[in-house]
Design a protein around this ligand. Sequence first.
Ligand code: BGC
Length: 408
Amino acid sequence: MCSFDAMKESIENVRLLFTLTTSDLQEIKEAFQEEMARGLRGEKSSLKMLPVYMGRPKGTEKGDFIVLDMGGTNFRLMKVHLNGKRGARIEAAMRQTIPKKLRQGSKEELFDFLAHHLGTFLHKCQYQDTSFAFTFSFPMVQKSVSSGMLVRWTKGFTVPGVEGEDVALLLSEALQRKGIPHLRLRALLNDTVATLLTASYQSPGFDMAVILGTGTNACYIESSTCLQVNLEENLGEEVIVNLEWGNFNRLPVNEYDHLLDISSPNPGEQRMEKMVSGLYLGELVRLILLKIKGKSSPPYSLSSKKLTSLISNDMTDPREKEIADLVFSRSAQIVAATIVAVITWLDPHVNNHHRVAVDGALFTGYRRYRKRIEEFICQLLPNKGKLIELYPIKSGSGIGAAVACAMN
Ligand code: BGC
């Protein structure tokens, strides 16, 4: 008698494990701000707080630019037109999945693959200019706008020999091998930074950008005086800081989080990402279903896209629906608490209106998820939550890289 009651009992337990209270969210917010402060002081912190050598665009940047955008599972090539009046258009685009064997293979194979497709795309577009921008959506320490050292792989990449290396150099070596050495990298940037540049190019007043896709991360605009680390050059009054919030590690974790973490290629790292982003939500649900229903399927076979259709399908077992919903909901709670942490860091009493640019399929593809984040922000800031506005940004990582090219 696998009794329905035993099952119900387990689901109740899952509900307990995955529901955060308002006071949990307050604690997360406070712990997050402590980590921000440590990171900005250059002390040990789970938030890397990486300064970026780029300011806000004016909106008058103009021209046609080629962008190579390496996100997580996919990479894209684009030709972007900026009209100099805050308008942008993608004139040509190509998208491809990065095969798993390249995500885990040799560095030459990975960069040769990117260089090959870049060359083919340029040829197809009959593009005359010799420069391009590269959105590389991984943690990088940057000492200039066109170079960056990979700190750690995330999102299932394990290619050896790249951590600690300048990815701009690795790409230029691959371009040489492919016989296109004349191409010059004008801007190298993280996708959060590109999203902030896209939003700020289109209209002024954005403080922060967030990615909620395969991975998760955020950047914001900080006053240079708060940054107590040595910079290669003076960055002016404001500096964009890449939080690398996916690595935040002061969250209440449960047995499923633990199980997922220890069987991942990077145990102990990206703890927040593993509770929030698209790559991992389906895996959490799969692990729960395995435990309470004995329903077995291969690891990572349940994508977040499948999860959203599972939730909206009337034929789905209501218990499965509830589990998926709980896992999504906790992700939205954590994101709400960390957005509130950043905004109240900038404006402790939320006296002003704040605009947050958000890109990534988890956010743009699932309305209910976005609504949840907004509700949890209001729960944390009962009278002020509505002053924080989330703006979905399309193709943020592509357009922003073109803006960066035009600025440099
Ligand atoms: C990476 C970040 C990136 C985020 C979203 C994370 O895994 O560490 O650099 O911004 O994914 O793509």
